[in-house]
Design a protein around this ligand. Structure first.
Ligand SMILES: Cc1cc2nc3c(=O)[nH]c(=O)nc-3n(C[C@H](O)[C@H](O)[C@H](O)COP(=O)(O)O)c2cc1C
Length: 130
C-alpha cells in the first residue's frame, strides 16, 4: 500500500490557502491511489520544538555517550525521519510568512536534516540518505 505524507503549516489550519491547495493535491493522489494511505501532520497543532543547544548537542553526541534525555531527543527526530522515509509521496503546504516559510516548518526541517543520518556530505556535495 502506498503512503502519502501530508504536511500542513498554515496558522489557519485546514482553512489556510496552502492547506486547501494541499488537500486538492491529496485528493488527486487518492484518485490515482484509491488504496493509498494518507498520513497528515499539521505542524501548527503538533508543535515541533525549535532546534536549540540541548537538541543539537544530543544529535552530535555518539549513541554510546548519550544520556537518557539526549536519546529521547534523538528518538523523536528519528521518528520524524522514519515517517518521511516511509512515504511514497510527500505534499508540503508552505505559506509565506514574513518573507520566509513558517517557523514551525523550519523546525520540522531542522529535525529532518541530520548529517550522517538523513544526508551525508561528500568532498563536493551533500546527498540524501535513504
Ligand atoms: C503573519 C503573516 C505574514 C505574512 N507575510 C507575508 C510575506 O512576507 N509575503 C507575502 O507575500 N505574503 C505574506 N503573508 C500573506 C500570506 O502568504 C497569505 O495570506 C497566504 O495565503 C498564507 O497562507 P495560508 O493561508 O496557507 O496560511 C503573510 C501572512 C501572515 C498571516
Amino acid at each position: 500500500m502506498k503512503t502519502l505524507l501530508q504536511i500542513n503549516s498554515s496558522l489557519f489550519g485546514d482553512n489556510g490557502q496552502s492547506s486547501q491547495l494541499n488537500q486538492q493535491l491529496v485528493q488527486e493522489w487518492l484518485a490515482k491511489n484509491p488504496e493509498g494511505k494518507v498520513v497528515k501532520r499539521d505542524l501548527t497543532q503538533d508543535l515541533i520544538p525549535h532546534l536549540d543547544s540541548t537538541r543539537v548537542s544530543a544529535f552530535f553526541t555518539p549513541v554510546d555517550k548519550r544520556s537518557k534525555e539526549q536519546q529521547t531527543i534523538v528518538d523523536y527526530s528519528d521518528a520524524l525521519i522514519n515517517e518521511i522515509q516511509q512515504a511514497d509521496a510527500i505534499v508540503i503546504g508552505a505559506p509565506m510568512y514574513n518573507f520566509s516559510i513558517p517557523s514551525q516548518l523550519k523546525s520540522y526541517f531542522d529535525h529532518l536534516a541530520r548529517a550522517g543520518v538523513s544526508f551525508k556530505y561528500t568532498e563536493t556535495e551533500s546527498w540524501i540518505i535513504g
